[in-house]
Design a binder for this molecule. Structure first.
Ligand code: TMP
Length: 241
């Protein structure tokens, strides 16, 4: 059997590629980082929870017609995905003011937004992933106008569907970040992960954080909170996946 090669090692995942295959094996790591890696801790069990939550969400999105690079879950902390050419952008959708949006514009955290706001960030660790506008994107050549509009539409569709999924488990989707890749045919495909690391999730009754802000803001242990999100998904959706 031909050996796998480590293609990429990020803050939360390792990607392995089999020779002559368009499929990758992803290993979710037991590691939490914040502030562009300045804060970093090993958290046993976090990788498995994020892998399982992402796997659920990608499968539920697929059932609603939104396909992603997800092929199948291989184990608690691994999944098989389709290889795509990643577009070096983070696409953020916001339904409620929070985080950097609240800070930048001086809007109180928790203020509902009249319609979803889409933002693009240029993925570059050395630059701290700066916020960019359409002209910056064109200048940098990271996406064509058509791709940019396609990404915006996809992000809004993901938002609508995820909001419905989370509402069923009494969670408010405050905001989230996705990453998008290009297939060999040139189409856009949802990629990376969707988990409490990449979403702000507030309990619908108490507004308690069920996401990585617990870690970013030193509010306590993230593991029980991530477990709670997983348990709610499992209880509501295990029979339909
Ligand atoms: P922000 O308010 O810090 O800009 O974050 C908006 C959303 O994007 C929030 O749900 C967290 C997510 N996010 C990531 O997943 N990765 C990142 O590097 C950043 C900055 C935000």
């Amino acid at each position: 059997m031909e050996k796998e090669v480590l293609l990429y090692e990020g803050k939360a995942k390792k990607l392995f590629k089999k020779p002559d295959s368009n499929e990758l094996r992803v290993e979710y790591l037991d590691q939490a980082t914040a502030l562009n890696g300045q804060k970093k801790d090993a958290i046993q069990g976090k990788g498995a929870l994020n892998n399982q939550i992402t796997s659920y969400l990608f499968q539920l999105l697929a059932k609603e017609g939104i396909h992603s690079h997800f092929i199948k879950k291989l184990s608690k902390h691994e999944q098989l995905i389709e290889m795509v050419e990643m577009i070096p952008l983070e696409v953020v959708v916001r339904n409620v003011a929070a985080g950097s949006f609240s800070k930048r514009l001086g809007i109180e955290e928790g203020t509902p937004l009249p319609r979803p706001i889409v933002e693009f960030y240029y993925k570059d660790d050395a630059l701290d992933d700066p916020f960019i506008n359409d002209d910056h994107m064109a200048y940098l050549g990271v996406a064509t106008v058509e791709e940019r509009e396609g990404m915006r539409d996809l992000a809004l569709q993901v938002n609508e569907t995820l909001q419905k999924i989370f509402a069923q488990i009494y969670i408010r989707l405050i905001d989230f970040k996705i990453e998008i890749g290009k297939t060999v045919q040139g189409g856009l495909l949802l990629a990376d992960e969707i988990s409490p690391d990449t979403c702000r999730l507030w309990d619908a009754v108490t507004n308690d954080h069920l996401d990585k802000d617990i870690y970013r803001r030193d509010l306590g242990d993230i593991l029980p909170v991530y477990q709670e999100v997983y348990n709610r998904l499992e209880k509501e959706f295990s029979s339909c996946i």
